[in-house]
Write a protein that binds this ligand. Structure first.
Ligand SMILES: NC(=O)c1ccc[n+]([C@@H]2O[C@H](COP(=O)([O-])OP(=O)(O)OC[C@H]3O[C@@H](n4cnc5c(N)ncnc54)[C@H](OP(=O)(O)O)[C@@H]3O)[C@@H](O)[C@H]2O)c1
Length: 293
């Protein structure tokens, strides 16, 4: 039985892996939230690995507060930069494989074509820089045993994300403004979780960096309009340029990831963002999961 450690188990991705775990009786999961395994504590990581000897580690833990990271650089770099290197070291010692999640924010966002794994990186905010550092450290420590998945625009029934924020705002306000000049593709955390378990279950492990998001190319405005249409809200959704929505952290204007490599290497079929949004909204609205934190 493959023993799989999932860190950051109560985040969006961790929660979706918990749901999928029931469909994989051949895997033994250890779901560790921050209280069980704080990944910013190197000693805690090595003690945990010595005790549990996982065969895989899926690192879903991260410092994801993009704007807060601008004024909290040290913490962001410890969690997103140092910790993946520590996890990779622990995996190497335990002869385990590491799946680490990274982000489109490692790129500057000035591309006009979908981003490939070997395109030039160049983060434009602290969060992106800290995630790039995490990639570098993990690959440096354990190149043969580390697989990095860069993803974008993650949402789910859990935690805080764009979809839940939009629903709240559309219920409360007559009109909202949404940025229409940043392009990418959303990723339903349940789809990413399924892709990860597909990789764990694959006959051959091929390490390296891979890109994954759901299929499609939209702006945040397009995403908001699609949400509005599905919840039958009367709220007006107005497109605005990024310049009218200043944030502490600069966002890349182009985040679309090229998924050719992961599709071909692991034989993945990737859902269209609209179909996945339908599933997420159905689950959110039918189970009253909207209030889930
Ligand atoms: N969300 C997005 O739009 C997005 C986009 C691209 C890439 N990603 C990447 O995708 C991955 C999963 O993201 P997500 O959306 O699932 O994130 P999330 O919902 O914010 O979950 C992250 C989890 O990490 C935990 N965590 C934070 N610091 C920790 C520490 N020191 N030790 C242990 N756990 C810690 C958090 O716990 P607490 O709740 O206790 O803080 C939280 O449960 C991350 O690597 C993220 O960088 C996300």
């Amino acid at each position: 039985m493959k023993k799989i450690l999932v860190t950051g188990a109560n985040g969006q991705l961790g929660r979706e892996l918990q749901i999928l775990a029931a469909q994989h009786p051949a895997f033994e999961f250890i779901f560790a939230d921050r209280s069980v395994l704080p990944i910013d504590d190197q000693q805690a990581i090595s003690d945990f690995f010595a005790l549990h000897q996982p065969a895989w580690c899926i690192n879903c833990a991260a410092y994801t507060a993009v704007d807060k990271a601008e004024s909290d650089k040290e913490n962001a770099f410890r969690i997103n930069g140092d910790a993946p290197g520590w996890l990779a070291t622990a995996c190497r010692t335990a002869d385990a494989r590491l799946i680490h999640i990274s982000t489109d924010y490692v790129f500057p966002g000035n591309s006009a074509t979908p981003l490939k794994e070997n395109d030039t990186t160049g983060p434009i905010n602290v969060y992106g820089a800290s995630k790039l550092e995490g990639e570098r450290r993990a690959l440096e420590q354990y190149p043969d045993g580390t697989l990095i998945i860069r993803t974008s625009w993650v949402y789910s029934e859990y935690g805080n994300n764009f979809v839940k924020t939009m629903i709240k705002l559309m219920k409360a306000r007559p009109a909202i403004n949404v940025v229409a000049d940043q392009f990418g593709s959303p990723t339903y955390a349940a789809d990413l979780a399924a892709a990860i378990l597909h990789i764990v279950d694959a006959p051959r492990f091929i390490p390296g960096i891979f890109h994954y998001s759901d299929e499609g190319r939209i702006s945040w405005y397009d995403f908001a309009v699609a949400i509005k249409g599905r919840i039958e809200s009367a709220c007006a959704v107005n497109p605005i340029p990024t310049s009218e929505f200043p944030t502490p952290a600069t966002r890349p204007s182009f985040s679309l990831l090229d998924k050719t490599l992961i599709r071909h290497t692991y034989g993945l079929s990737i859902p269209d963002w609209q179909a996945s949004l339908d599933i997420c909204l159905f689950r959110l609205l039918s189970n009253d999961a909207f209030t889930r934190s």
